[in-house]
Design a protein around this ligand. Structure first.
Ligand code: UD1
Length: 420
């Protein structure tokens, strides 16, 4: 199992190019199941979640060719049963459900279990499939969804207890594109990754309006064809490097980023006293001379992303004054807090809120990565800490950050990947 040693105290400076979005790639790769024609997808990041999705597609019968960031998938002859061993490794594999159901009229997929960021149910996904006329059964840990007479368009409200659902919106959209008639999704996730999936589906011949807003209208078509698509830049990777620059940087320029997709992070960094300069496809972040505490509340897009919450905690850990972080999307998502406390952070959690009193510096320590974004936050914390931080279970970070060690090194950080 790999670990990362981060030797703190080397300021970041230079240019970093942002990779294609992991969260946009996963449903787009799954959407290739909707056609028997070849699809070509560019800027698929080399991260293990994308690789799991490609393995799942292959296991379902698709042919997959990959050459660096470009993937060619041809799902000519596929079967409707997603293999448990692969599915259990990644919750996002649930998004093969919509396309398999739409194309084959049935699908069997394992129910995802809980994970360290809390209970992650799929009730809204299942409700959506039922609304289109499918029957849902749960048997031996699998969900079996059948629509022997095809799917029919319907009006579906995706608002749940913790707001809407991103992958649930994706699944519904992918099922509805081949359903008979019109589907209206109310309370849809407005995340840019949903809009990117819609662009891909439209390229395949789907009729979709309103993706990227909370109301999406889909007119079903009888078949879809192959297409080519380039995945949008990863706004969470971008946000992570923006926070790295504010925390441990002098000046870092991010390239191939869409500034409008990271506005929530930009605003908080500015409120915390850092300079963020937006350009065409680029952003420059300079650490401010007088940083101060700030407040964030995570919310669905365009609110502050839950996937950036842990990294912000790392920044606030050494920001003078009091910062308050409230998590509304996954209220249990605070595994990083205990690890940062081991590095000397002053953080008090009550329910879904953490109050952080900035200390002058953290000290390096062995810490345990628990999920993807929490791991990234520990790397950030290590960049500015005294001494060496050893981040174990690095596979979490490799799930979603393309070559993070190389990118940080190119900016002047001292990081080493080690095998145990
Ligand atoms: C996606 C992202 C993940 C991000 C999350 C929220 C991908 C691959 N992953 O995950 O990085 O943190 O959006 O922005 O794109 N919920 C239900 N019932 C459901 C589905 C979800 O109650 O059927 C709840 C969840 O427990 C959570 C909230 O809704 O509290 C939002 O989850 P959701 O948007 O579905 O997250 P994902 O799509 O799984």
């Amino acid at each position: 199992m790999d670990k990362l040693l981060v030797h703190g105290g080397h300021p970041l400076r230079g240019v970093v190019t942002i990779s294609g979005s992991k969260n946009a790639s996963l449903p787009i790769l799954a959407a290739t199941l909707l056609t028997d024609e070849p699809c070509i997808i560019r800027r698929v990041p080399d991260v293990s979640d994308a690789n799991y999705m490609l393995q799942i597609l292959q296991n379902l019968g698709a042919s997959v060719e990959r050459s660096s960031g470009t993937v060619r998938i041809e799902a000519e002859d596929i079967r409707p049963v997603a293999p448990y061993d692969l599915v259990r490794k990644m919750r996002a594999s649930i998004c093969v459900m919509g396309p398999l159901l739409a194309r084959l009229g049935e699908v069997t997929v394992s129910l995802p279990g809980g994970c360290v960021i809390g209970d992650r149910p799929v009730d809204l996904h299942l409700r959506a499939m039922e609304a289109l006329g499918a029957q849902v059964e749960v048997e031996s840990g699998n969900v079996i969804v059948r629509a022997p007479d095809g799917l029919r368009g319907a009006e579906v409200n995706l608002r749940g207890k913790h707001g809407t659902t991103v992958l649930g919106t994706d699944n519904l959209m992918m099922a509805a594109v081949l359903a008979e008639g019109v589907t209206v999704i109310e309370g849809a996730a407005a995340e840019p990754e949903v809009a990117d999936l819609a662009d891909f589906l439209i390229g395949m011949g789907a009729k979709i309006e309103g993706a990227g807003s909370q109301r999406i209208e889909i007119e079903g078509v009888s078949r879809l064809g192959g297409t080519e698509h380039a995945v949008i830049p990863d706004r969470i990777e971008a946000g992570t490097f923006m926070v790295a620059a504010a925390l441990a940087g002098e000046e870092v320029e991010l390239r191939r980023v869409l500034p409008r997709q990271v506005v929530a992070v930009t605003e908080v960094l500015r409120a915390a006293g850092h300079d963020v300069i937006e350009g065409e496809g680029r952003i420059t972040v300079r650490r401010g001379s007088d940083p101060k505490g700030a407040r964030i509340v995570t919310e669905p897009y365009p609110g502050f992303p839950t996937d950036m919450q842990a990294q912000m905690c790392a920044l606030f850990a050494t920001t003078p004054g009091i910062s308050v972080v409230t998590e509304t999307v996954f209220p249990e998502r605070f595994m990083h807090v205990a690890e940062m406390k081991r590095m000397g952070a002053k953080m008090e959690r009550t329910g879904g809120t953490v109050v952080i009193e900035g200390v002058e510096a953290l000290s390096g320590a062995p810490v345990m990565a628990s999920d993807l974004r929490a791991s990234a936050a520990l790397v950030l914390a290590g960049l500015a800490a005294h001494g060496t931080t050893e981040i174990n279970r690095l596979y979490h970070i490799d799930r979603g950050y393309e070559h993070i060690d190389d990118k940080l090194q190119a900016l002047g950080a001292e990081v080493e990947r080690r095998k145990d």
